[in-house]
Design a protein around this ligand. Structure first.
Ligand code: FES
Length: 459
């Protein structure tokens, strides 16, 4: 198994398992940034919150495998979103992220974040044209952005758009900070407690140790929602896997970078225990479809050592991101009819700022205050055509792998979510499911849902 830079030397909260039946006003499943920030905002309003995390600690799942970029510059999102959403809606998306970041930072100590500029850049003529289209969207939407070819990168670029006054964080420490403050405000946070069943008719969830957590409102922040049948999330989300490396470097960059060329790359630095690290990543593919994933790490390693003249990485990790057909995350009521169940997912690769937006939208909905961005993020929004095309693509993947699951079970274990054939991931030493992104360690234990039960492995 590979290891993330963010998971070394962290001082996590001390919490215990769910050890008996519990009553709560709001039960939150998932202790990543979405879950802990939602818990923090609700607990501050005096609401009785119980957050349940399956892993040993908070902020160590998807949050702890991110890049730690806290910015509303989400790649080429604005020009693409303008093809589906109105100008006002896309501007609302930007404003929601910008405001949520700045609001959260008001409640965080200054040593928990760094102010940096965000850049999207190209090194090819094709990429330069794509950047031009994106910059036109910046002008249409009146977004803060500057065209420049001046960067700190050790190669020339054909273009770039700089968004000033954005941030970078240590994502796990950031989540821990809000978890600690949620606890201070009276929230209960439980770890090592996997939810295996949601009984919606009777408003409770069941943990793997058969303890009930009753709720008035339920919030699913477990990345890929474990309740994925209601609202048809199994057909509305695709899952991408990408790779990251970190090694020691001599100096910190003033910016954080993302290339828009076809082989996209992400670049930033971080100061960890007074040591500067260089973080380099990219090379994505549909999760669970590749066996030789070590190749992806090797490609990045070779580029990092040759282009940036750095030593071999000391940390390598991969990240998995659910993606929506129209690029807008699903944040809000899980369906129009379930007014007390909320979901936050589909952040693409921009989960940190969207987690903060999720905290605001969901906590506002629970306290009956309408958030300005609630409608555009609503999981019940339109764009049926795009959803239909995505559904067909995912159903094709599911059908192929479901059939494979029954036919060739001897080679690879069957996923415990809906029975697709898993694939062995050599680089990370995990069993990955291509259908909805469940992951299992080499012993079959669940690393990532929507599956909640371990694999049955043959000895
Ligand atoms: Fe759904 Fe595996 S994640 S079948």
């Amino acid at each position: 198994m590979q290891n993330s830079l963010w998971l070394s030397n962290i001082n996590n909260i001390s919490s215990s398992k769910v050890a008996n039946n519990i009553d709560s006003d709001v039960c939150i499943i998932g202790g990543g940034l979405s879950g802990v920030y939602t818990a923090y905002l609700l607990a501050k309003k005096g609401i009785n919150v119980a957050l349940i995390e399956a892993k040993d600690a908070v902020g160590i799942g998807t949050t702890g495998h991110s890049t730690g970029k806290l910015t509303p510059q989400h790649g080429l999102v604005f020009s693409k979103m303008l093809k589906t959403f109105s100008k006002e809606e896309v501007r609302t998306y930007f404003d929601a992220n910008w405001k949520a970041i700045n609001q959260a930072l008001q409640d965080a100590p200054v040593d928990l974040y760094q102010n940096v500029d965000s850049f999207i850049y190209s090194t090819t003529d094709e990429g330069k044209q794509t950047l031009q289209d994106e910059f036109n969207a910046y002008k249409t939407l009146d977004l803060p952005g500057i065209e420049t070819t001046e960067t700190e990168l050790p190669f020339s670029v054909t273009g770039s758009i700089k968004m000033p006054d954005t941030y970078q964080i240590h994502p796990t420490n950031f989540a821990i900070h809000f978890a600690k403050h949620a606890l201070k405000e009276g929230a209960q946070i439980f770890v090592r407690s996997r939810v295996t069943k949601i009984v919606m008719d009777e408003n409770y969830v069941l943990t793997e140790d058969d303890h009930r957590v009753s709720y008035k409102h339920l919030v699913l922040c477990s990345h890929y929602p474990i309740e994925s049948i209601k609202g048809l999330y199994t057909t509305k989300l695709s899952v991408e896997r990408s790779y990251l490396l970190a090694t020691k470097t001599s100096e910190l960059l003033k910016g954080q970078y993302l290339s828009v060329d076809s082989a996209s790359r992400t670049i930033r630095t971080a100061l960890i225990s007074n040591t500067p690290y260089f973080i380099y990543g990219g090379t994505s593919h549909t999760a669970g479809t590749k066996k030789n994933t070590q190749n992806y790490y090797d490609t990045l390693k070779s580029e990092m050592t040759s282009v940036f003249d750095l030593t071999d990485p000391t940390y390598c990790w991969s990240a998995q991101d659910p993606d929506t057909p129209d690029l807008m995350p699903y944040i809000g009521q899980i369906t129009e009819n379930e007014s007390n169940i909320f979901v936050a997912t589909g952040y693409r690769k921009w989960g940190l700022s969207n987690s903060l937006v999720a905290g605001e939208i969901i906590s506002s909905a629970i306290t009956r205050e309408k958030h300005r961005a609630a409608d555009i993020y609503s999981p019940s929004r339109g764009n049926f055509g795009l959803k239909f095309i995505r559904a067909l693509k995912i159903l094709g993947l599911v059908t192929t792998n479901l059939a494979g699951g029954y036919i060739t079970r001897i080679e690879a274990p069957k996923c415990t979510h809906l029975g697709c054939k898993t694939k062995w991931n050599e680089g990370d030493e995990t069993w990955d499911c291509p259908c909805h992104g469940s992951r299992f360690d080499k012993n079959g234990n669940v690393i990532e849902g929507p599956a909640v039960y371990p694999l049955k492995l043959k000895k």
